[in-house]
Design a protein around this ligand. Structure first.
Ligand SMILES: Cc1ncc(COP(=O)(O)O)c(C=O)c1O
Length: 415
């Protein structure tokens, strides 16, 4: 049906390839619900892959958008609200002393890596298998999320790029040591999702993040936290605040725009000072810092600052969902592990202790997930069409939505 649209989609995970399904074609969204082309309603846990912390159309974000548009949707100039937003973000995330805005998370992480390379004068980046940082060359091989990385050699990523990126095992400091052996003085930065939500939900062990901090310091390199999913779901200070570990550079996005395209990277002032025009590193963009997205991001912060109870409410919903799924598994004698971190819930079709890394995540039974995805869709629950992705709760979800979901899971399992 969507033949002129390459791959039938604008981002491959949406195509349904991972669950062997046709793409879910959405006509609109409202609160916690997605609607298909026939106007049928689904309880939605994709939530735009994370940004929709307030659901689809929370009035605090969408009211009066025409007034915003009336003053101009795009300026080719700097404007005062960019500086104000940067200050507000730095107040919440003190490791960020200076900030630059981008349009997408991919640009934020790509730029953070460039800045780290320029600041250190080194090239090597250590990344972790199963972490997803966006769709640029250095980030794509051995990445989680929907990135199809099996055929890297044919995927348009030059080998030269791969030589300067070492991929280590998540939650495994020895594998970092192995990746770095003899190359410590080449290391520019390590980049990590402190709460990984791209190989299912796998929070880092605290000792792992502390070990990365120490390792970066010993090597004279930088530590980059990719908090594009974890901020502010882990709290207004991000996962770095929850773990008590200070990265040199942080990337944020997704919830920052509440659905509008905006992301940012920020960090130590001396590091960020390499950016042009003060320094030699160029990053920019026609839509970077556009007044529309910046204004909506201010509204997101207004809402989060005024309503700390949102975090408690969404966490309670996530706990209700997670404990309900655990109860179903116990009744059915299924040994799958349910993982929940704040407003995110996930389980994999894999017996045994919780997943720690990508090798373990890949042991999960993908065909079972595909059958489960289909069974849930038939019951009007929209799950992410890939087992690497997670369930996102929002302030728009209700206890009734969660209970409807649990009934659907009860009927769909075992599959
Ligand atoms: C942790 C993380 N970093 C970076 C990105 C890339 O962000 P974007 O899709 O906005 O380019 C994503 C997207 O899912 C992500 O999950």
């Amino acid at each position: 049906m969507h033949n002129t649209l390459a791959g039938g989609c604008s981002s491959p995970v949406r195509s349904g390839w991972s669950v062997g399904e046709k793409p879910f074609v959405q006509s609109r969204g409202d609160g916690a619900y997605a609607f298909d082309e026939n106007g049928e309603r689904y309880v939605d846990y994709v939530m735009g892959y994370g940004p929709l912390f307030f659901g689809y159309n929370h009035s605090a974000l969408t009211a009066g958008l025409d007034e915003l548009a009336a003053r101009g949707v795009l300026f080719g100039s700097t404007h005062a609200e960019e500086e104000l937003l940067a200050r507000r973000l730095c107040a919440h995330i003190p490791s960020m002393e200076r900030v630059r805005f981008t349009t997408t998370g991919s640009e934020a992480t790509m730029s953070a890596i460039r800045v780290a390379r320029a600041f250190t004068g080194r090239n090597l980046i250590v990344r972790f298998a199963g972490n997803y940082h966006g769709h640029f060359d250095a980030a794509l091989f051995s990445a989680g999320a929907s990135a199809q990385t099996a055929e890297t050699g044919r995927s348009g990523i030059p080998e030269g790029v791969m030589q300067d990126v070492a991929v280590a095992r998540y939650n495994d400091l020895e594998s970092v040591a192995r990746a770095l052996r003899g190359r410590e003085r080449e290391l520019a930065a390590m980049i990590v999702e402190p709460v990984c939500a791209n190989m299912g939900l796998v929070p880092a062990r605290a000792e792992f993040l502390a070990g990365l901090r120490a390792c970066a310091d010993n090597a004279g390199a930088l530590l980059i936290f990719d908090e594009i999913i974890s901020w502010p779901r882990a709290g207004m200070g991000g996962a770095q605040d929850a773990y008590g570990i200070k990265p040199d550079v942080t990337t944020i996005g997704k919830v920052l725009g509440g659905g509008f395209p905006i992301a940012a990277f920020g960090g130590r002032a001396d590091v960020m000072n390499v950016l042009a025009p003060e320094g030699p590193v160029f990053t920019g963009g026609t839509h970077a810092g556009n007044p529309f997205s910046i204004a909506v991001a201010h509204r997101v912060l207004d809402e989060l600052e005024a309503h700390p109870e949102y975090f408690t409410r969404v966490r309670a919903l996530a706990e209700r969902l997670a404990s309900g799924i655990r109860a179903i598994f116990a009744r059915r004698q299924l040994a799958y592990n349910v993982v929940q971190s704040e407003s995110i819930v996930d389980f994999m079709f894999r017996n045994g202790p919780p997943v720690r890394d990508y090798d373990e995540a890949r042991e999960s039974d993908r065909e079972r997930y595909a059958a489960y995805y289909r069974a849930m869709l038939e019951r009007h629950i929209l799950l992410p069409p890939s087992q690497n992705e997670v369930m996102f709760l929002s302030t728009a979800h209700s206890e009734a939505d969660v209970d409807e979901t649990l009934s659907a899971i009860e009927e769909s399992l075992p599959c």
